[in-house]
Design a protein around this ligand. Structure first.
Ligand SMILES: [Zn+2]
Ligand SMILES: [Zn+2]
Length: 254
């Protein structure tokens, strides 16, 4: 699988793009920067979109790709997520107030975007991919994903506090080649991280012990205003498995 990190940041400012990972050009995880991070013809090639939770930095570009690609695809963007999350997006974003309801445009029968409900902890097939959504510890029934294709699997959980279940599922999955997860706040903001259900470098050091051994770990969602402190503190984790996701467009092959 070719994983392109369109945006791996925990904030939005010049040079920092919010969470959007594009797999093989067609499967998107989260819509934080897929409208301003890639060209419109690349946006139109996205078939399926997995959404981890409805916080703005993970969904905002659903609004803009619908606008950018209107009438270009001949089929809808198929969004796969749980009902709590899709209901929140419908109620608060695509609600004909904040933004047009593109699930009914140009027509309800032929929409620009369509929600597909996924049941957690059950494998679903999307083309060549097998996807399992697993609950994580973050507001609004947030989920992470295990994505399998051929002889590779990757584990994606962005926003989450310390969690258990996804690591159990990951350990039962063969051929896990990479884990993508998050560190948002420096250790001095531990209570903020606890209250907002995110990680600090210290909590990530403990979390790594629950993960499948020897698999490379990619840390994203760093808050841009704490970047230099976070780089220092993540280095102190002392694991050669850890790579920090930079802010530029990066591609990995697994
Ligand atoms: Zn969040
Ligand atoms: Zn976030």
């Amino acid at each position: 699988m070719l994983v392109r990190i369109i945006g791996g940041s925990g904030g939005v400012c010049p040079g920092h793009f919010a969470t959007s990972y594009l797999i093989d050009g067609t499967l998107l995880i989260d819509a934080g920067s897929c409208a301003n991070g890639i060209q419109i013809d690349e946006q139109a090639k996205i078939d399926n979109i997995l959404i981890s939770h409805p916080h703005l930095d993970h969904i905002k570009d659903l609004a803009f790709i619908c606008d950018n690609c209107f009438g270009m695809k001949g089929k809808p963007f198929e969004v796969h997520t749980n009902k709590t999350i899709s209901d929140s997006i419908s109620k608060y974003l695509l609600n004909d107030v904040i933004w047009p309801d593109f699930t009914k445009l140009p027509t309800q029968q032929n929409p620009t975007i369509r929600f597909n409900e996924i049941e957690v902890e059950k494998k679903i097939k999307l083309g060549d991919y097998t996807i399992t959504a697993i609950p994580v510890n973050h507001p609004c029934d947030a989920i992470g994903f295990i994505i399998e294709r051929g002889n590779s699997a990757i584990v994606f959980t962005q926003d989450t506090a310390p969690t258990e279940k996804i690591w159990k599922f990951a350990k039962q999955t063969e051929n896990v080649k990479a884990i993508f997860t998050e560190v948002s706040f420096p250790n001095s903001l531990k209570q903020v991280a606890v209250d907002s259900q995110h990680h600090t470098p210290d909590s990530m050091k403990e979390e790594i012990l629950k993960m499948p051994p020897s698999v490379p770990i990619f840390l994203g969602h760093l808050k841009p205003n704490f970047h230099s402190k976070l780089y220092e503190e993540i280095a102190l984790i002392g694991s050669d498995r850890v790579t920090i996701l930079g802010t530029n467009d990066q591609t990995f092959v697994f």
